[in-house]
Structure formats: C-alpha cells, structure tokens
Design a protein around this ligand. Sequence first.
Ligand code: KG4
Length: 337
Amino acid sequence: MLILSIESSCDETSAAVTKGREVLSNIISTQIDEHRIYGGVVPEIASRRHCENIAAVVKEAVDKAGITFSDIDAVAVTAYPGLIGALLTGVNFAKGLALSLGKPLIAVHHLRSHIAATYLTHKDLKPPFLCLVVSGGNTVLCEVKDYTDFNIIGQTLDDAAGECFDKSARAMGLDYPGGVNLDKIATKADEKTYPLPTPKASDGKYDFSFSGLKTAVINLIHNQNQKGTQIDIPVLSATVRKKVCDILINKTLSAAKDKGYKKIVVAGGVSANSELRLRFENECKNNNIEFFTPELKYCGDNAAMVGAQAVYEFEKGNIADISLNAAATMPIDLKTE
Ligand code: KG4
C-alpha cells in the first residue's frame, strides 16, 4: 500500500511516500531560520509558509519516490494536535488531494506518528511496549497496547520537556530552537554551583511538571546577572539537561518496573537529546529492558512517520470523513470526554 502523507503541525512542511515501514521519499521544508529572529514559532508566519510551500513539497515527495499521483492508495495527514492554522493547511490540502484522486483519507494523531517513527528504524518492533513521547509541546508516558490502542499513564501538568529546554536556553541567550543548541554546547553538569529543584507532580505518580524547573533556571540567571557573576552557560546547560533527563528516565523506568514492561520506546523531538539517548540505553541494559528510539533523522517532525502510523489506522478501519477538521489539542487515545 503506497501512502502519501502530509505533516504541517508546527514549523516543518513535510510530505512523504511510504510503503509500510519503507520510506520512498521524505521531504522536509523547515521554517526554523524564519522563526529564529522571534525566539520561537510565530503561528501566523508558520501557517502562511505552509500555505506557500505545501504543493511544491508534496509534488517533490511524489517525484522523488518515482511514482505518479495515480499510484497512491491513500492520503494521510496530521490532523491533531498542533498549531491550528498550520494543521488546517495540511488537512485541507490532504482532503482536496484525496477527493480528487478518489482515495481514502487517513487522519493521524501527531504523537502516534512520533511513536511510529520508531518503526521506520526498528522494522521488527511491535506493541505492546511502554512509550515516552517527548516533544516541544507534549510530554506523555503511555502504554502502547496495540498499534492504535494507547493508555496514558502520565503526562505533564504544565510545560513539556522540550518547552523547558527551549525556554531555559532562551534565558541563557541561546538561539531557537533552544533545546538543540543547549544539547550541543552542554559540557559537564555541576549541581553544586547551579542547584535546580526536582519538581513534584503530586497529581499522579507518573505525571511530570517542568514549569518550576524552567522558572528556577530563569531566576538563577537573573540573580547571577544582578550580582554581576559570570554564568558558565555550557555548565548550566549540562545541569539543566541532566535534571530533565533524571526526571524523564526515573519516571519511565519506575513505570516499566511497576507494570512489567520489557520494552521501552522514547520518541518525539526531544528524543534526539544526546544524554537522554545514551542514559536510557545504559539504564535499560542494566535493567534487562530493550530500548528503542528513532534514528535522529526521524526524531523531529516529518511526514514519513505519519505514513508509518497511517497503515495501522487504515487496517483498523479508521478512515476519515471528508468533513475532517483539525484540532489544536487531542489526547493520544483520542478520548475527548
Ligand atoms: O517533535 P518536535 O520536532 O516538534 C513538536 O512536535 O513539538 O520537537 C521539537 C522539540 C523542541 O523543543 C526542540 O528544542 C527539542 O524538540 N529538541 C531537543 C533536541 N532536539 C530537538 N531538545 C533537547 N535536545 C535535543 N538534541
């Protein structure tokens, strides 16, 4: 089954052609340079760039795959969650395409796609497994019982891990996307010089909270600036990185032990973090747990991961109606009540 997929939930316009877990093309047009001067994504600019780029990106994906539009069996699109104007551009384009080709339309949840990115790298990986999805806007710990059956056991009560990285990095004067740059320059953590709090997420055992940590980093920088003390940015970066990794790894491993999971998947943009990947790998090895994460090129937003999940949505009969709408928020289990 050849699937043409479209992703436009944030600041990447992407289109891909996939056949199961095989990627025939995966075109990504990033807007990072344009948003950098504002220190973050400007939603209206993102929507307008998607609108300008989407047709050319889709055409390039089809050409690069060496197929024609008539070879496509289904059109898949990220419908939720994300920036609403950005999502609407992709959803509307996908609807027009599906209608004109007379092919089924498949709506895909963005975080399900991030998890499915792991299938592109680990071709034999099958649920059930425990999964931590960490991106710029979401931090979710869930049981993946089957390809389309998700049980959320924990999530952030405030900021996402990526947001904590990005905003801490911004306070340190690093360029957007801060998480990436913070990871690049981080050296060795020093928790004595830069003590940071471990947040308590009292509402649930596996829930996360990152806003207190982010605020502590911002306050620490202000205090040091007021005293005229020079901040060692690479060391502070490493200290923030270590703290975020400690929180994510401890909760995930304790959930895996409690629930008896022997397979852990870590996906989403933040799964590109070098310390997170390395420490998860080692901790899982020490605890006799198999660890899976997408290769770096599939960690960030891309359409190939949408295609990887779309196959299972299609098999489950999850075909979207042509009146499909986008949604800015949506839990991974799609339960809205
Ligand atoms: O999944 P993604 O590409 O977009 C969303 O769906 O949100 O994730 C983007 C997030 C940003 O917060 C970015 O700073 C973070 O992932 N990120 C990283 C790294 N690479 C990307 N954070 C820490 N270390 C990295 N190496």
